[in-house]
Design a protein around this ligand. Structure first.
Ligand SMILES: C=C(O[C@@H]1C=C(C(=O)O)C=C[C@H]1O)C(=O)O
Length: 97
């Protein structure tokens, strides 16, 4: 019973992430065309503050919520750099082992 729900939730997470990445890809294309940088630190700061508060209200560890968002955003920025031709597709990021 619990495992069925966990599997359903995991599937929902995958679909939500896929949808999120579809939108961030579009943002990446707009940024590349406009010559804007991949990262937007002020937007990220607002997102972190918002998600930390949502997490606290939902009784989820806000530090975990922040780390989870940072993990996703790091991947989005890698995609944006790829779209802008700043890094080769699938090139290992510098400093990563
Ligand atoms: C998607 C964007 O680009 C980057 C990725 C973000 C994200 O994944 O939410 C947020 C800010 C940016 O650093 C954006 O600027 O909206």
């Amino acid at each position: 019973m619990h495992r069925q729900s966990i599997d359903n939730i995991d599937a929902a997470l995958i679909h939500m992430l896929a949808e999120r990445f579809r939108h961030t890809q579009s943002v990446g294309e707009l940024k590349a065309k406009a010559g804007l940088p991949a990262a937007d630190p002020s937007r990220e700061a607002r997102q972190i503050a918002r998600l930390r508060e949502l997490a606290a209200n939902a009784r989820l560890d806000p530090d975990f919520a922040e780390k989870f968002l940072a993990f996703i955003i790091r991947e989005v920025i890698r995609h944006h750099d790829t779209i802008a031709g700043r890094v080769a597709p699938d090139a290992p990021a510098e400093g990563r082992s």
